[in-house]
Ligand binder design. Structure first.
Ligand code: SIN
Ligand code: FE2
Length: 217
């Protein structure tokens, strides 16, 4: 038996759900490394604290956010954009940890996107009631790379629509350790998160954290 050949066999215990052309939900993909992801994340958040940003229209976002990587996504009265500096601390965003890059790139490969090398990770923290309204991820300069999105903590309802707002989004439950990947024909699909229901997760308590990996530059 050739061991290398055996290693390359897909793991059939993993459930993969196709969301649309080029979009997949990899059930439990990050579950076995959740403790490592969480301790790494705590270190990142200690350097760049979670905060509620303001929309260009002046509303406080219900999701608390931070970033790591070469650039971070920010929103304020002047609009949405990527910036190399954290406006809260005046410092560059913390580096993208190696284990984040590795996990995101493996998930992308599993979904059919080889050589995905993210340079930015947006950290979203949801408490009960927090939501993210339907939007497209449009601020990244590299439009060819997919988005890789990791869910940790409380489960949430992911709304995944199409390339136009008029396409009614489908609803998927995202669980701790699930990874969603969308790119290619579905790269600009509308998506969002329904208001988070209250609950308790053994690792994260009354919270959901989402990491989205992007190639922004
Ligand atoms: C996002 O669209 O940036 C985040 C989605 C999520 O929290 O799952
Ligand atoms: Fe998004």
């Amino acid at each position: 038996m050739n061991a290398d050949l055996f290693d390359e066999q897909p793991d059939f215990s993993l459930q993969q759900v196709c969301l649309d052309d080029g979009a997949f939900l990899l059930r439990g993909f990050a579950e076995n490394m959740d403790a490592e992801l969480m301790s790494t994340l705590e270190n990142v958040i200690a350097q760049a604290p979670l905060r509620h940003m303001t929309t260009p229209g002046g509303f406080r976002m219900s999701v608390a956010m931070s970033n790591c990587g070469q650039v971070g996504w920010i929103s304020d009265r002047n609009g949405y954009r990527y910036d190399a500096f954290d406006p809260e601390t005046g410092r560059p965003w913390p580096d993208l940890p190696e284990i984040f890059i590795d996990m995101a790139s493996r998930a992308a490969t599993r979904a059919g996107y080889e050589d995905f090398l993210p340079d930015a990770c947006l950290i979203n923290c949801y408490e009960p009631g927090a939501r993210l309204s339907l939007h497209q991820d449009m601020d990244e300069r590299d439009k060819s790379a997919p988005i890789v999105s990791v869910s940790l903590g409380l489960s949430a309802v992911f709304l995944f629509g199409g390339s136009s707002r008029t396409i009614r989004p489908k609803r998927y439950q995202l669980l701790h350790g699930d990874v969603a990947v969308w790119g290619g024909p579905s790269r600009f699909n509308f998506h969002g998160i329904a208001p988070l229901l209250d609950g308790y997760h053994p690792v994260l308590g009354r919270k959901r954290i989402n990491l989205t990996f992007r190639k922004a530059l």
